[in-house]
Design a protein around this ligand. Structure first.
Ligand SMILES: [Zn+2]
Length: 288
C-alpha cells in the first residue's frame, strides 16, 4: 500500500477561522469581519494505492472557482472570508493522469471527509467511482440549508449518487465509531466531528505507521497538539483533537490535515505526532 499527496492549488482564509479566539463576539462574525488574512495554504487530496484498488480521499478544489459567478458571492463567507488559487492543471484529475491513473476508470472509491467545496470541488473527475459520504454530512450539505451553511450542492456533478455511509459502533482503538474500507482493515474511517458535525477522517496503516488523513479536524498539527479548535466548528472539536492525540500515543501517527503547509516535511521525515512525554508539547495545564 502506498499513499500519495496531491496539492490542488491554494486557499486563503481569515486568521480567526484557523484558531478560535476568546471573547464574547460570535466567532463567525470575527471570521467574516476580521481584517487579518492568514497565509495562502495548500489544498491537499490523497491517493491510497491499496491491493483492492485505488482509494481517493477528498478531491480538492476546482479551477472553476476563478470563474465569475461560480462561487456564491451573495454568501457573506464567499464575499468576505475565502479566496482560492487553483490552475486547471492543478485539479486532481489532470494530476492523477500524470501519475498514470485514469480518474474515470482506475479509482475504485472516493471518500470525502466532509463536503466543503475545497474537498468536494474535484468530484466531477470521478464519474465511475463509488463515492462514500457520511449520511449526516450529505444531509447537512444538501439543499437550501446546505447553501446557507456555505456548501455548494448546486455545483456537485449531476450524476452524483453517493453511497451514504453510517459509521458503526465498532471501536477502532479509542475511536468509538468506525467503518472499515478494505477487507484487511488497513484503511478505516473514524468519526472526527467538530469542523463539521459529521466530519470523518481516514486512517491508513502501513507497516505500523498510521497515516491520519484528517481533512479539516484542525488546519495545523500545532493546533491539534495544543487542542485549539478552529473558528467555525462545533463544541465537539476539542474532544476530537484529544481523541486523535490519544490515538497517537499508542500508534505512531503521521497527522495529515488538508491545509497544513508542514505536511510534506512530515511525510518526508516520517514525523509522527509528538507526545507530551517527549517534552515537545507543553503539559496540558499550561495550554490556554
Ligand atoms: Zn472544511
Amino acid at each position: 500500500m502506498k499513499i500519495r499527496r496531491i496539492k490542488t492549488g491554494l486557499v486563503r482564509i481569515k486568521e480567526n477561522q484557523i484558531s478560535k479566539t476568546k471573547g464574547l463576539t460570535p466567532q463567525m462574525l470575527k471570521v467574516l469581519f476580521g481584517k487579518k488574512w492568514a497565509e495562502w495554504v495548500p489544498i491537499y487530496a490523497w491517493v491510497i494505492e491499496h491491493p483492492e484498488g485505488i482509494i481517493v480521499v477528498d478531491t480538492g478544489e476546482t479551477a472553476k472557482t476563478a470563474e465569475h459567478g461560480y462561487l456564491p458571492k451573495w454568501h457573506p463567507y464567499y464575499a468576505l472570508s475565502v479566496q482560492f488559487r487553483v490552475k486547471p492543471e492543478e485539479e486532481i484529475g489532470p494530476q492523477l493522469q500524470k501519475l498514470g491513473i485514469n480518474p474515470a476508470k482506475d479509482v475504485k472509491k472516493v471518500i470525502l471527509t466532509h463536503m466543503h467545496t475545497d474537498h468536494a470541488g474535484g468530484l466531477g473527475h470521478f464519474p465511475n467511482s463509488e463515492i462514500l459520504i457520511e449520511k449526516g454530512e450529505y444531509r447537512t450539505a444538501s439543499g437550501i440549508s446546505g447553501k446557507l451553511a456555505g456548501y455548494l450542492p448546486h455545483r456537485w456533478p449531476e450524476w452524483l449518487k453517493p453511497n451514504l455511509i453510517t459509521l458503526i459502533n465498532e471501536p477502532y482503538f479509542n475511536f468509538t465509531q468506525s467503518l472499515a474500507v478494505t477487507a484487511d482493515r488497513k484503511v478505516i474511517i473514524v468519526a472526527t466531528p467538530g469542523h463539521s458535525a459529521n466530519h470523518i477522517s481516514v486512517i491508513a496503516e502501513i507497516n505500523g505507521i498510521h497515516y491520519f488523513l484528517a481533512g479539516d479536524t484542525s488546519y495545523t498539527q500545532e493546533n491539534l497538539i495544543n487542542f485549539r479548535p478552529d473558528g467555525i466548528g462545533t463544541d465537539e472539536s476539542i474532544n476530537t483533537l484529544k481523541n486523535i492525540v490519544s490515538f497517537s500515543k499508542v500508534n505512531p501517527t503521521i497527522y495529515l490535515p488538508s491545509h497544513d503547509p508542514l505536511v510534506p516535511q512530515r511525510m518526508t521525515n516520517m514525523e509522527t505526532i509528538p507526545s507530551i512525554n517527549d517534552g515537545i508539547i507543553a503539559p496540558l495545564e499550561k495550554v490556554k
